[in-house]
Design a protein around this ligand. Structure first.
Ligand SMILES: *Cc1c(COP(=O)(O)O)cnc(C)c1O
Length: 441
């Protein structure tokens, strides 16, 4: 394989995977519990210098209660942004201030549920203050989401902060915090989320600096001592084998240096640092496993899988690179050029375009890497595609089904076919009436 720096690893051999396929037909998502745990520990260890450090796993990345329970056991909280994610956090044993509720355009009922769970509410807009007050009262602890606008350059996926719908302007942060204090809030946090899949450590450290400086300015202008800053998620992973992974220990050391430079002299130490990483935590430790159904040779050669973009839509919607490997052929020469496609009636339903791979045969198992975050969770049912199963590879080598595959029954569960007979009869009667009226005219 040419010029690769990282070997993209799948934790099972072809034989082991075929054995799993007998009980769990492809396509399915598989997650490696042990690797997720080790990565979680590494993240916590890297930031252990910070008193009060917390990681709130972004539930939307991998909303499965078994994954959330693993992360809870490792000491993570949950970052929820909808009613379903709040309930999923609760059902996974995560409650109280271990939940960060970072929503936007928020339905009132969701503020009420977050409040009932004792979650930390991270407000997206200054106009939500009276809405929250009416819905459940202003809580003792509250966070506000900051959008730096033109003060910060944008990134590829998130776009320019000034164009984004999220957060308070700088002036609104001061006004909002003062209002919240007047209404009885006592403990305050600042949040900002302006990057996605960022592998540039300096840019991430700049987000920490930005929040440290804002906390200093809030103290100077309002006399409010902020308890935590939440630099949220967006930590990147190396989707391409040649990408340099984020050196989390070096990033943490850089953030610590900036903390010493800004937070300590401002008299704000200890200031807790919070993260809401999703992708960084589980992304590299999940795979989409699929089987080759067809090989079609027209102007290009198309490898047709039994998975499609309903199982993993990042390549189709962002043109994102996901590494592809063929089980049992890892050591063969990648001397064939393929488009790897799914079965959706959409021409952009492709996992890879012009990809050099070993020669593929019908029936081969194809693994799509780095699908552990924003993978299954972004799935959908267009074209009547059914959501796949999720499997957890445990430390002892056993495999646990943590979500079964959807059935046609699930897919049609919201339709009442029994009403169809009467509907058709009424339709025929209406048609006769219309003919009659037309005839009289
Ligand atoms: C999506 C999201 C995250 C997680 O983003 P990753 O790219 O998975 O790290 C964190 N916080 C908020 C508010 C989000 O919407």
């Amino acid at each position: 394989m040419s010029g690769e720096t990282i070997l993209k690893r799948f934790p099972l051999s072809l034989e082991e995977t075929e054995r799993i396929c007998r009980a769990h037909p492809t396509p399915f998502h598989l997650y490696d519990e042990e690797s997720i745990r080790l990565n979680a520990r590494r993240l916590l260890a890297a930031f252990s210098w910070n008193r009060g450090f917390r990681e709130y796993f972004a539930v939307k990345a991998t909303p499965n209660p078994f994954i959330l329970s693993v992360l809870r056991e490792e000491g993570f909280g949950a970052d929820a942004s909808s009613l379903a994610e709040l309930v999923l956090s609760e059902r996974s044993g995560i409650t109280g201030e271990s939940i960060m509720f970072s929503s936007n355009d928020t339905p009132v009922a969701e503020f009420a549920k977050a409040s009932e769970l004792g979650a930390i509410i991270n407000l997206d807009d200054i106009s939500h203050i009276p809405v929250l007050e009416r819905a459940c009262g202003i809580p003792e602890v509250i966070s506000v989401r900051y959008n730096p606008g033109r003060l910060r350059a944008g990134s590829a996926i998130m776009g320019n902060p000034e164009e984004a719908k999220y957060g308070f302007t700088r002036e609104q942060v001061f006004e909002g915090l003062a209002t919240l204090r007047d209404k009885g809030a006592r403990r305050f946090g600042l949040h900002s989320f302006i990057v996605s899949n960022e592998l540039n450590a300096a840019y991430l450290a700049d987000t920490a600096s930005m929040l440290f400086e804002l906390a200093r300015d809030v103290k100077d202008r309002l006399g409010i001592r902020v308890e935590f800053v939440n630099m949220s998620g967006g930590f990147g992973i190396p989707y391409r084998p040649e990408d340099a992974p984020l050196d989390i220990e070096a990033l943490s050391a850089e953030i610590r240096a900036r903390y010493e430079r800004t937070v300590v002299p401002a008299g704000l130490d200890p200031l807790a640092l919070y993260l809401e990483c999703g992708r960084f935590v589980t992304g590299p430790y999940g795979w989409l496993v699929s089987r080759v159904l067809h090989i079609k040779r027209i102007y290009k050669t198309h490898v047709g899988l039994d998975a499609c973009m309903a199982n993993l839509m990042r390549p189709a919607i962002y043109g994102a690179y996901h590494h592809v490997s063929v089980l049992g052929k890892e050591d063969r020469l990648a001397d064939s050029l393929y488009d790897v496609t799914g079965s959706l009636c959409e021409s952009f339903d492709r996992f890879a375009v012009d990809r050099e791979l070993p020669e593929i045969s019908i029936g081969d198992l194809v693994v799509i890497h780095d699908a552990g975050a924003h993978g299954h969770s972004m799935g959908f049912n267009y074209n009547g595609k059914l959501r796949s199963a999720e499997l957890l590879l445990r430390g002892d080598g056993s495999v646990l089904e943590i979500r079964r595959a959807e059935t046609l029954g699930d897919h049609f569960a919201t339709l009442d076919f029994s009403k169809l007979g009467k509907f058709s009869e009424d339709g025929r009667a209406d048609a006769r009436d219309t003919e009659g009226r037309d005839g009289r005219r």
